[in-house]
Write a protein that binds this ligand. Sequence first.
Ligand SMILES: O=C(O)CCC(=O)C(=O)O
Ligand SMILES: [Fe+2]
Length: 313
Amino acid sequence: MCSLTQNYLPLIDFTKKNLDPSSSFWPSTRQAVVRALEDYGCFIALYDEVTLELNEAIFRASEELFDLPTEIKVLNTSNTPSHGYVGQEPIIPLYEGLGIENATTLDGVQKFTNLLWPNGNRSFSETAFSYSKIVAELDQIVMRMVSEAYGIEKNYESLLGSMSYLLRLIKYRRPHENERNLGIVPHTDKSFMSILQQDQVKGLEIKTKDGEWMVIDPSPFSFIVMAGDVCMAWTNGRIEPPHHRVIMTENAERYSLGLFTFIRDLIVHVPEELVDDEHPLQFKPFDHYKYIDYYYTDEGKRSKCPIRDYCGV
Ligand SMILES: O=C(O)CCC(=O)C(=O)O
Ligand SMILES: [Fe+2]
């Protein structure tokens, strides 16, 4: 069930059609998931519900999106820092990203599409919506397994209605001659969970607990399932978000996608089942979006571990 890739990141098979809680594969997959998340904060999920056609369609849609003029792309704004258009930032000049808020709802995707293509772009919205819905299903399978393994299903179910999904489409241009090849600086995600996918050009590197950077190879059915800061708080420190970065080693532009989960309008708190004498409470209850606002203050940006500085006990 759990094997090692050449990068030594656990690879977990989610391609079985009968991967539902009553299937005989469920308990062993669940065990592999929790173990990978505790050891690495992430794993590679092999998941074929996103077909090759949809994979091809979403990355071509992404190219079409980034080909729009910058004055159109900047219309993608958000009340949450970095959830809208990000580009031409001096510390990450190769990076450009757009965010579709509420990407698992038709309304969210259409709002984004109509803003950027006032005459509509049906194929873009259908593709982005299908992709987000199908990847969100993987997220929910994974988190259901995590919550079962920890005996905190009730708490997880209470979060479900407040879960909102951001689909971020990302493009990295080729570095110019004598320009650094850093695509994105090392960071942990501010999300609850993140699911990343790379098109054909590699670049994503993930740090192990031993401090070694692993290069993650792209492949159409490979999704990188990664814990964000909020997952660490929720699990009372059991699952730590991994540091990751993008280094552009191939002389080609690079496209990637991230589906990020956030908890809106609900106070996140550590389930009482995860607190005992051996595991004293590490995090106070907090609001996810207020945490994001904190992260973008000077103090938050300077912090080595912003989630602990924000709501650590
Ligand atoms: O482009 C990638 O593969 C990673 C992107 C990333 O880490 C992020 O958007 O938080
Ligand atoms: Fe990230």
